[in-house]
Design a binder for this molecule. Structure first.
Ligand SMILES: Cc1cc2nc3c(=O)[nH]c(=O)nc-3n(C[C@H](O)[C@H](O)[C@H](O)COP(=O)(O)OP(=O)(O)OC[C@H]3O[C@@H](n4cnc5c(N)ncnc54)[C@H](O)[C@@H]3O)c2cc1C
Length: 303
């Protein structure tokens, strides 16, 4: 157990922004996850730098999350300090040919700002519930585009507490991956390039994307979006459905009846339930068609 002196010191540094034992299920779209020893919601970059430097000098484990829409947090919770980037680090500025957005800005707010400014590029994000930092770490994408395609430059904070920049090339974007998955650093802000586009065309396209999502995804249940990455040339959902696994349940975790690559929480699912279900899916799909499904969702904490 982390020393309570650490909690007291951080609380003194950032009054009102630090909690002990905060349940992570309150911060994940799956509504799953045990307590974090220390939970911090910094209200700006200097707060963030202070907590990162604090964790580094005391050798405390540090986990950064955004909207918590692509993570499975252990039932036992997360050791050390969890930093959530959202409100306070979520400024969005539109320019004539691009947008600058801070790590905690929701993709939906950026897409709305882009539409109002007549800037095209963010339409594909319609319905993706994350914020900029998580979206860049995951290179979130849909409808044939990914967020990395729009990036000009990213401002980051190292785990030692130093600010630095990376170009799009240096970010190493690939299918649901970026260099941050191998070389962890914290996204602070990103500059995106956008083209001019008619506002009503932007609106129309986003409405179409949302309509398709509502028809094909189980949005009325807590989930974390797609569980597995699509294997080359195929779709994970198709393979899982072909294996007859739609509706399969472990506890309150269920393979969605609507979209087989979603695991939904029917009410009281635990991380243990979800992992057991993931194991069954992988085993069956491997046995049936020889494909090893790879997780898209990130597991955080000791499972
Ligand atoms: C209903 C639903 C639909 C979805 N649809 C899609 C989709 O179409 N396409 C898609 O790609 N995804 C989709 N997702 C998954 C998810 O929304 C995206 O991956 C999203 O971009 C993750 O952002 P987040 O802020 O929630 O990240 P989180 O889940 O909070 O974090 C994800 C990862 O990023 C890291 N991270 C978070 N913030 C930072 C930061 N500031 N700096 C460095 N690392 C950071 C975390 O440590 C973690 O490893 C969907 C999810 C749901 C629930």
């Amino acid at each position: 157990m982390i020393e309570s002196a650490f909690y007291q010191e951080l609380l003194a540094m950032m009054p009102g922004k630090v909690k002990a034992g905060e349940l992570m299920k309150k911060h994940t779209s799956w509504r799953i996850g045990g307590p974090s020893e220390i939970f911090v919601e910094p209200s700006g970059r200097e707060d963030l730098k202070a907590v990162v430097t604090y964790a580094h000098t005391r050798e405390l484990p540090l986990t950064v999350i955004g909207a918590g829409t692509n993570i499975l947090v252990a039932d036992q919770g997360i050791k050390g300090i969890v930093v959530k980037l959202g409100r306070g680090i979520d400024k969005i500025v539109t320019g004539p040919d691009g947008i600058v957005a801070e790590a905690g800005a929701k993709l939906s707010r950026i897409a709305a700002a882009a539409r109002r400014a007549g800037l095209g590029g963010f339409e594909f994000t319609a319905g993706i519930p994350g914020v900029v930092g998580g979206a860049l770490a995951m290179n979130a994408g849909a409808n044939g585009s990914s967020i990395g395609d729009l990036v000009r430059e990213v401002s980051l904070l190292s785990l030692e507490g130093e600010f630095f920049h990376k170009s799009r090339e240096e970010m190493g974007f690939g299918y649901r991956t970026s260099v941050l998955q191998q070389e962890p650093a914290i996204v602070i802000e990103a500059a995106f390039a956008c083209g001019r586009r008619d506002k009503s065309e932007i609106q129309k396209e986003m409405e179409q994307f949302l309509k398709r999502r509502k028809a094909t995804q189980p949005l009325h249940y807590p989930s974390a979006g797609s569980i597995f990455k699509n294997p080359p040339g195929d779709s994970a959902g198709r393979l899982i459905e072909a294996a007859g696994l739609k509706g399969l349940r472990v506890g309150d975790a269920q393979v969605s009846e609507l979209h087989a690559n979603f695991i939904v929480n029917l009410g009281a699912a635990t991380a243990r339930d979800v992992l057991a279900l993931i194991g069954k899916i992988r085993e069956t799909v491997l046995g049936d068609c020889g494909v090893e499904l790879k997780l898209e969702v990130k597991i955080i904490g000791d499972i």
